[in-house]
Design a protein around this ligand. Structure first.
Ligand code: FPP
Ligand code: MG
Ligand code: MG
Length: 342
């Protein structure tokens, strides 16, 4: 078996023929993406293509293309359109997310907001959404409905994260809901879209959407672990961004629920003693100290344990799909999701 690298470093795509087909589909997505993002305005074109050109794993297109392998028409042009649409929606949310998070770096490059300011970044996100909507219209009303509902879920998740957990509610339950809405929903839609556009049967479409729920949730949990564990060189982002925003992610929630000295010091740093709510960190030294404590906390170990649980759930689901290079690649994608460092 020949091991071929894809855009997702190290993902084993198995046999040559299969790997070439997937790579060719990904290359077509890349072309369509840049074509669709061009505009008559120079600044808009530059700003709207900025993040696409800065890199990115193309995780959602990859998942859509792999899901398409379970239908009779994996090479249908609609698969390429669907895979491009989900990446465009994802990119649109990143422009807006970096404004809300005041994030300076994304994909190893300056974020659009730090390079051109918030107005240009917001308009670029809107433009990407407009272009994605135009493209998805070619797939028909059912696809438009799926994207519209997914978009509403992304916004709901972002809103729920912004508002934070309400009194009396379980913070971990709140967190998991946000994670599915802001990330799982689009990855699930990617699987659904890939399977749908290759004309897979309804049961297979549902299975790939459900697999997307699990892989998507794991993807965000690992993103949140990376925000604590990584260095910028690996992740292309600034570590501690969630802490600066006062967003308590899974490792933080699990670490705070502990009863040791680390938990006590973390509570003093991260929780407003008066309100009991997360305290956004403003000082670099505070962020550094919190990151040091979190990196060696039991919460971090427990968060990794949960990730492995998602992998087991994904593998159980995968066992119901027909064996072959498509299933092997999805299994590798699930493993990559929980092991990635950037
Ligand atoms: C990243 O989370 C954020 C998302 C995956 C979803 C963001 C959704 C919106 C901004 C909804 C509105 C979008 C539009 C276009 C109206 P994160 O901040 O934890 O991840 P990061 O580490 O990649 O920044
Ligand atoms: Mg962010
Ligand atoms: Mg955010």
């Amino acid at each position: 078996v020949h091991h071929v690298k894809s855009t997702i470093a190290g993902l084993n795509l198995g046999s040559d023929e299969f790997s070439l087909a997937v790579k060719s589909s990904l290359a077509q997505v890349e072309d369509l993406l840049l074509t669709e993002l061009g505009s008559g305005d120079d600044l808009l074109t530059e700003a709207a293509t900025h993040l696409a050109k800065a890199g990115g794993k193309r995780f959602r297109p990859m998942f859509a293309i792999l899901a398409a392998q379970f239908g009779p028409r994996p090479d249908a042009p609609e698969v390429i359109t669907a895979a491009t649409v989900v990446e465009m929606i994802h990119l649109a949310t990143l422009y807006h997310d970096d404004v809300m998070d005041e994030a300076p770096v994304r994909r190893g490059a300056p974020s659009a907001n730090s390079r051109w300011g918030n107005s240009v970044a917001i308009l670029s996100g809107d433009f990407l959404f407009a272009r994605a909507s135009r493209l998805v219209s070619t797939l028909g009303p059912e696809s438009v409905l799926i994207i519209a509902d997914t978009f509403a879920e992304l916004v709901t998740g972002q809103m729920r994260e912004t508002v934070g957990v309400t009194a009396g509610k379980d913070p971990i339950e709140h967190y998991l809901k946000v994670v599915w809405e802001k990330t799982g929903s689009l990855i699930s839609a990617s699987g659904r879209f890939g399977a749908m556009t290759s004309q897979a049967d309804p049961e297979t479409i549902e299975r790939l959407a459900r697999l997307g729920d699990v892989i998507g949730t794991a993807f965000q949990v690992s993103d949140d672990i990376i925000d604590i564990a990584s260095v910028t060189d690996d992740s292309g982002k600034t570590p501690g961004t969630d802490l600066r925003e006062g967003v308590h992610t899974l490792p933080v929630l699990l670490a705070l629920a502990d009863h040791d000295d680390t938990a006590t010091e973390l509570r003093a740093l991260l929780v407003d003693a008066r309100t009991g709510k997360p305290r956004p960190l403003t000082e670099d030294a505070e962020v550094e100290r919190a990151l040091v404590l979190l990196r060696s906390s039991a919460g971090m170990v427990a968060a990794h344990e949960r990730l492995r649980g998602y992998l087991r759930a994904a593998q159980d689901d995968l066992a119901h799909l027909p064996a072959g290079p498509g299933r092997d690649a999805l299994s590798d994608l699930a493993e990559y999701t929980i092991e990635r460092t950037g």
